[in-house]
Design a binder for this molecule. Sequence first.
Ligand SMILES: Cc1ncc(COP(=O)(O)O)c(C=O)c1O
Length: 404
Amino acid sequence: MAKTSGKTLKNETLLSVLGRDPEAYHGAVNVPVYHASTILYPSFAELKKAEQREYGKVFYGRHGTPTTFALQDTVAEIEGGWRSFAFGSGKAAILASLLAFLENGDHLLMVDSAYGPSRQLAKGLFSRLGVKHTFYDPLIGAGIKKLIQSNTKVIFTEAPGSLTFEMQDIPAISKAAHLTGAKVIMDNTWASPFLCNPFALGVDVSVQAGTKYIVGHSDAMLGMVTTNKECFSAIEQVFDDLGASASPDDCYLALRGMRTLALRLERQGRTGLQLAEWLAGRREVSRVLHPALKEDPGYKIWRRDFTGTSGLFGVVLNPVPEKAVAAMLDGLELFGMGYSWGGYESLAIPTYPHKIRETRNWDPDYPCLRIHAGVENPEDLISDLRNGFECLNKAKRKSKKRSS
Ligand SMILES: Cc1ncc(COP(=O)(O)O)c(C=O)c1O
């Protein structure tokens, strides 16, 4: 690490300090990319010593190189965990976190608002492996107690929820889980490691789709699993078992992304709120789903547990045919249409929560929107959305005429 004379530093400062050691790299500011599969040892004795495998020490390329370790150390420290492991995608990180604690005969509690492919893991792969699951209401809080069975080993949380952005009472859920020894995993991607410390809320293992805000530029896939001390060896084992580690090039890009994480989030969070407030005033909009808006039902929990907002939120439109939503999205010029988020660019996609939810019916049964605020000028983005609504209204009038 760069020299800091033992001072206690704020996270913004740590983002530019952690994982660096210019003296070790000929004065280079950044840790270079180490491409390696084979690691050569100077002697038989050194080769044998390496077999004992120490976290953060090179052994074989799949277990990481100095580039990987620099990223892992930085993420672990910023997110408030003990150690981190870098996987090839967020999905691989989610799979690893679940595999670490679940086996045939176990029960998994997963929040109904979890990222779709996480839900699919519960319904598909883990069902085949003999793990039963129950999806629970994201607003359940301490009521989770009633759903915990003697074989419940994991409670999987995500806050705010994917697509619908409900906040979860993570401390209440963690408290209930720990009474029976179940582990709490949190998908903390929305907040990134910078805006929420899940370990302070009682979480055992945090998962990040590093592909989003950590990388921050839509050019690499990455997943991070960060663990507390107690769960470290279970996560280390599954990291080893899966062999799905991140490439050194992607770790480099992610570490570079971490250096500007606070700046990007500050700007994108602020712009996202501006867009959300503007959208809430539009007659085409029924509700904006954003926990950092004062009128949002999750606002109190967000204020209590998070230190800021990222730029991703949802929009529920007033009744509208899908064709009109399509016309709006096709009419936007600055908002790209594509899956993923967390890069520097603004995005908008249609979402269909009513097709997924199991614990309660989701209204409405037509598409909602998911908006991601990038770093562009907010006035330009608002003007683009205004044009988009013109396209929506035009298409709506056309479809009304046709049906009358
Ligand atoms: C909340 C959340 N978790 C996990 C993932 C999966 O990450 P990846 O695409 O890197 O596999 C995503 C991707 O969209 C996500 O939105």
